[in-house]
Design a protein around this ligand. Structure first.
Ligand SMILES: Nc1ncnc2c1ncn2[C@@H]1O[C@H](COP(=O)(O)OP(=O)(O)O)[C@@H](O)[C@H]1O
Ligand SMILES: [Mg+2]
Length: 266
């Protein structure tokens, strides 16, 4: 009974997904090879791997911006075949509309969905509060720091109420301290909102701080080499970085990634 129920709760499923790029000379590059991933409803899953292992390629395919050479990804039982409002994306670049205020940026998706003005304003304000930006509703993006802009991008994506949220190194452009603040914020928000999230990063600490499940990817060709579960009790914050369970998982991931580097060097 339990198994059946669990199987029904898989929100995103990536099955045998391969992406091969071919250049003008006809040379091929296997960016992704036989990727299999499952994200349950309300689960925070992280894909960690070094730069060039195919993380963004995978996220672009899941966002419907690129196509797999073979294999399929599904939201519930619907195959992904193009962009859709069932998915929200947050990238490293802030991708805010520079001429719109914070509130106008956050309510943008709702406006597209033709939500009435009053309701979308209320929703926008709720998400602005969730990311700690109350008081900045009327500010323009150029008046905000990098961390604040990324808070707006997160609020905007959440306000549109996607079924699955994809995040591609969203904190990659931030300084180290702001990044930890944002990681704590996202860990807290995701616990509150129970969104289904697939988060991609090359940062091992970030992966363990945020994920309940981590897929470790290795490059050339981009493959999932291991699935790890993170069982750290309680709230995750900067103190978690010294938790023995955290350090044990960190060592395991570093060993996995180092093994593949050795192969490259030899
Ligand atoms: N449009 C493309 N055409 C050809 N090669 C690409 C294209 N996009 C990505 N690649 C190659 O695929 C590999 C994976 O890239 P990418 O998905 O950006 O990795 P990551 O996000 O993990 O750093 C790299 O070797 C990259 O050069
Ligand atoms: Mg990338």
């Amino acid at each position: 009974m339990k198994n059946t129920k669990e199987a029904q709760n898989i929100k995103l499923r990536v099955e045998h997904l391969t992406r091969i790029f071919t250049n003008k000379k006809g040379e091929t590059l296997t960016a992704l090879e036989d990727i299999n991933i499952e994200v349950e409803e309300s689960e925070f899953v992280v894909l960690v791997g070094p730069s060039g292992c195919g993380k963004s390629t995978l996220l672009n395919i899941l966002g419907g911006l690129d196509f797999a050479t073979s294999g399929t990804a599904y939201i519930d039982d619907r195959p992904i075949s193009g962009p859709g409002s069932d998915r929200g994306m947050v990238f490293q670049g802030y991708s805010l509309f520079p001429w719109l205020t914070v509130e106008q940026n956050v309510e943008f998706g709702l406006k597209m969905q033709k939500v009435p003005k009053r309701e979308r304003s209320e929703t926008a304000r709720r998400y602005i509060e969730l990311v700690g930006l109350t008081g900045f509703e009327g500010a323009l993006p150029k008046e905000l720091s990098g961390g604040m802009k990324q808070r707006v991008a997160i609020a905007r994506t959440l306000a549109a109420n996607p079924e699955v949220l994809f995040m591609d190194e969203p904190f990659g452009a931030l300084d180290a301290q702001t990044r930890v603040v944002m990681q704590e914020l996202l860990a807290r928000i995701s616990r509150q909102t129970k969104n289904t999230i697939l988060f991609i990063t090359h940062d091992i600490d970030e992966a363990i701080l945020l994920g309940s499940k981590i897929y470790v990817m290795t490059p050339r060709p981009g493959r999932v080499s291991k699935l790890l579960r993170v069982n750290i009790e309680g709230e995750r914050n900067h103190n978690t970085l010294l938790n023995p369970e955290f350090l044990a998982i960190k060592k395991e991931i570093m060993d996995l990634l180092w093994q593949t580097r050795k192969i490259e060097i030899e």
